[in-house]
Ligand binder design. Structure first.
Ligand code: PEP
Ligand code: MN
Length: 344
């Protein structure tokens, strides 16, 4: 059972609620976030159902949730979550988040060139990594803070929200100064200290599925973030490890309707990392929209052969433009919107 407290509940009221729960013979787990305080009540199911928890002063609602993830679950919230991403762009509830940009920020000019192109094609969020989680310590590790400044500048100039990866709890404060949306990469999906840290911030989080993470693992990671008070979690499927080396990863497209039933959170598909192959990205992008995804994340580069990371899987701006044209048609057919960023 989950108890959601009224937003203005005082420390005294919280203590009273916890004492009352104990008095009823149940255990409790308090999570006090900036925006929301929630108490998990643990005990025998039948007795919990009968207990007059709703009557305790300070309680806003009582939600029976038997799943291990609670705040992320459909039982907790029946309607789809909709989040503001900046510049009037929304995701969820029929709004599609179209993320595009290079894998890594490599310099102002090149990022600007890519950003102008993808925005003209209809992308509404610009991506670019400044801290890169590379498999090899000898590969390009990203431009760091200098890259963040470039990303922010280009985002401001083109008036579109930006997303960038945070790899370490110690980077959260720095990256918070430059980005509109945090990205948690696949390799860090279960970095619980990092999840808690972004959970205490006031920005949407694009949470990528770990390479070997189950659907429940992904939702439990979302739960970590939400339980700290940040409910703006966007789930992202980017392919899972398989036995078959013919694609970089294996795109689990069924995760869209699967998650839709289990959770109210938006779901974005990343066919770039999922397939690693530009020849497969267009069809998998369309399939993502057809499956009901709330957005598509695509890596784009003007010079893939010179890109410092993930060049081989990057689409050229023209190729991105073609696939966007088709995705727009499909979105219209399904009654979905791709919100264009609104100048501030
Ligand atoms: C990326 O978005 O460039 C990236 C490293 O993604 P992932 O964490 O899904 O591998
Ligand atoms: Mn990449």
């Amino acid at each position: 059972m989950i108890i959601v407290l009224k937003p203005d509940s005082t420390d005294e009221q919280v203590k009273h609620i916890l004492d009352t729960i104990e008095g009823m013979g149940f255990r409790h787990d308090l999570s006090r976030g900036e925006k929301q305080t929630v108490i998990g009540v643990i005990g025998e199911e039948d007795r919990l159902r009968e207990a007059p928890l709703q009557a305790i002063p300070g309680v806003q609602k009582v939600v029976p949730v038997l799943k291990p993830y609670k705040l992320a679950s459909r039982e907790f919230q029946a309607e789809d979550s909709v989040f503001d991403l900046g510049y009037g762009v929304k995701v969820g509830g029929g709004n599609l988040m179209m993320i595009a940009g290079p894998c890594a920020i490599e310099g102002k000019e090149i990022l600007h060139e890519i950003a102008v192109a993808v925005k003209a094609s209809g992308a509404n969020v610009l991506r670019g990594g400044a801290f890169k989680p590379r498999t090899s310590p000898y590969s390009f590790q990203g431009m760091g803070e200098e890259g963040l400044k470039i990303l922010q500048d280009v985002g401001h100039e083109l008036q579109m929200p930006v997303v960038t990866e945070v790899m370490d709890p110690r980077q959260v404060e720095l990256i918070n100064k430059y980005t509109d949306i945090f990205q948690i990469g696949a390799r860090n999906m279960q970095n619980f200290d990092l999840l808690k840290e972004v959970g205490s911030m006031n920005r949407p989080v694009l949470l990528k599925r770990g390479m070997s993470a189950t659907v429940v693992d992904l939702l439990m990671s979302a739960e970590y973030i939400i339980s700290q008070g940040n409910s703006e979690v966007i789930l992202c499927e980017r392919g899972i490890r398989s036995f078959d080396p013919s694609t970089r990863n294996l795109l689990d497209l069924a995760i869209v309707p699967n998650l839709r039933g289990l959770s109210h959170l938006p779901i974005v598909i990343d066919p770039s990392h999922a397939t690693g192959r530009p020849d497969l990205i267009p069809s998998m992008s369309l399939a993502s929209i057809a499956a009901g995804a709330d957005g598509v994340h695509i890596e784009v580069h003007c010079n893939p052969e010179l890109a410092k990371s993930d060049g081989p899987q990057s689409l050229l701006p023209d190729q991105y433009d073609d696939v966007m044209k088709q995705m727009k048609q499909m979105a219209t057919m399904l009654g979905k919107t791709i919100p264009a960023p609104v100048a501030k």
